[in-house]
Structure formats: structure tokens, C-alpha cells
Design a binder for this molecule. Structure first.
Ligand code: SAM
Length: 190
């Protein structure tokens, strides 16, 4: 299992990393656009392959696609009209992130050999059967916080924290600097 301890490399070991998908359950179209967009962007930035969105939101999907177009990669937001079918049909390990679950550090070793992982996050209300359908219910700490925080920490622990290497297909990328902002392929600012 890769840890994010040094935070400087995408793949600090030669171990095969899982392909991680994210399922967002209970998105409120028209009410949660900012939060769910941040969830998608965090999923992408921390190495998830895709986000399945229940219920679907074509506007949000298009906004995220515009970011991918500029910043690269193949991340996409896909519709999950029936979230239960998505969970039941997933060909891998389903991990539901919830403050009521087992501590993340205890479950990570059990995920070490997984080829594909589906991280499920809820919204304001979480359907009770999700706890039963998931293979693991996993807590990132046992205090209430946010799906964005829970997802980011879980992805960082599973995949490591990405470094500044350009994502393939990027039209612009950040050049790390101690001060100011430098973007290659985009506007430079002091
Ligand atoms: C704002 S919380 C809503 C929690 C919801 N009221 C419930 O009964 O679980 C939204 C989502 O954030 C994630 N989340 C919040 N705190 C978490 C924690 N400590 N550990 C893991 N996930 C958490 C969960 O996926 C949760 O469904």
C-alpha cells in the first residue's frame, strides 16, 4: 500500500496501484453544484479514474469536462441513474466512506491487493442500505466533516499525493514556485 508520507511523488513504490472510481450518491441538482464540482475535481486531482454521479447532472459533467480539456487526463463524470445497480454491479471492492465505519488505517491493509476500488460518498442524507451493500464502511476520523475531505484523504492514502508532473494531454500545467504563480501553456502572473 502506498502512503502519502513524503507527498512528493505520484508512485513512490513499484507496487501496482488500484484503479479507483468514485460514486457520489444523493447529489442535489441545482443545490449542490459547487460542492459536487469540488468533489469531482478532487477525485480527478488525486488520481481517481472517474466519478459516477447520482442523480446525473449534465451541466456539472460539462463543467468538469472543460477542466479536463485544459488540465489533461481522461477523468470523466458519468451518470449513475440507479446507484444500487452501480454498487451491485461493480467489478471490484466497494468502500463506503462514513464517519460510522471502521477506521481507514485498519481497512487499508485489506485493500492492498485490490485491482479496482469504488469509493462511495453520500450527501445530506445517506440511504441506509448503502451500509449493507458496501464491502467496507470506512471512516476518515469519526467526526462529521465533508465528502470532499473524506475522499481526498482516502485517495491520498490509496494512491499517494500527485506531484507536479504534467497529466497527459494537458494544455497547461503549474510550474511549482516558492512565490507567485507560473503556468506553462496558460497566463503567467507575478
Ligand atoms: C455531510 S456528510 C453527511 C452525513 C450524513 N448525514 C450521514 O448520516 O452519514 C456527507 C458525506 O461526507 C462523508 N463523510 C463525512 N464525514 C466523514 C468521516 N468522518 N469519514 C468518512 N466519510 C465522511 C460521507 O461520505 C458522508 O456521506
Amino acid at each position: 500500500m502506498v502512503t502519502a508520507s513524503n507527498g512528493s511523488r505520484r508512485r513512490p513504490s513499484s507496487k501496482r496501484l488500484p484503479e479507483v472510481s468514485v460514486l457520489r450518491v444523493g447529489h442535489r441538482v441545482g443545490r449542490d453544484p459547487r460542492l459536487t464540482t469540488h468533489l469531482a475535481l478532487s477525485a480527478r486531482a488525486f488520481g481517481a479514474a472517474r466519478m459516477l454521479l447520482h442523480p446525473p447532472d449534465p451541466d456539472l459533467t460539462a463543467r468538469v469536462a472543460a477542466v479536463v480539456d485544459r488540465w489533461g487526463g481522461t477523468f470523466e463524470v458519468l451518470p449513475a441513474t440507479e446507484w444500487r445497480s452501480t454498487v451491485k454491479g461493480f467489478d471490484g471492492v466497494v468502500v463506503h466512506l462514513t464517519m460510522y465505519g471502521l477506521p481507514l488505517e485498519r481497512v487499508l491493509p485489506r485493500l492492498a491487493g485490490a485491482r479496482r476500488i469504488l469509493l462511495v460518498v453520500g450527501g445530506a442524507k445517506v440511504p441506509p442500505d448503502l451500509y449493507r451493500l458496501a464491502r467496507y464502511n470506512v471512516a476518515v476520523g469519526h467526526q462529521p466533516h465533508s465528502e470532499v475531505a473524506a475522499l481526498a484523504v482516502a485517495l491520498a492514502r490509496l494512491l499517494g499525493v500527485p506531484g507536479p508532473r504534467a497529466i497527459s494531454g494537458a494544455r497547461q500545467r503549474v510550474v511549482p514556485r516558492a512565490r507567485g504563480k507560473k503556468v506553462v501553456g496558460g497566463r503567467e502572473r507575478g
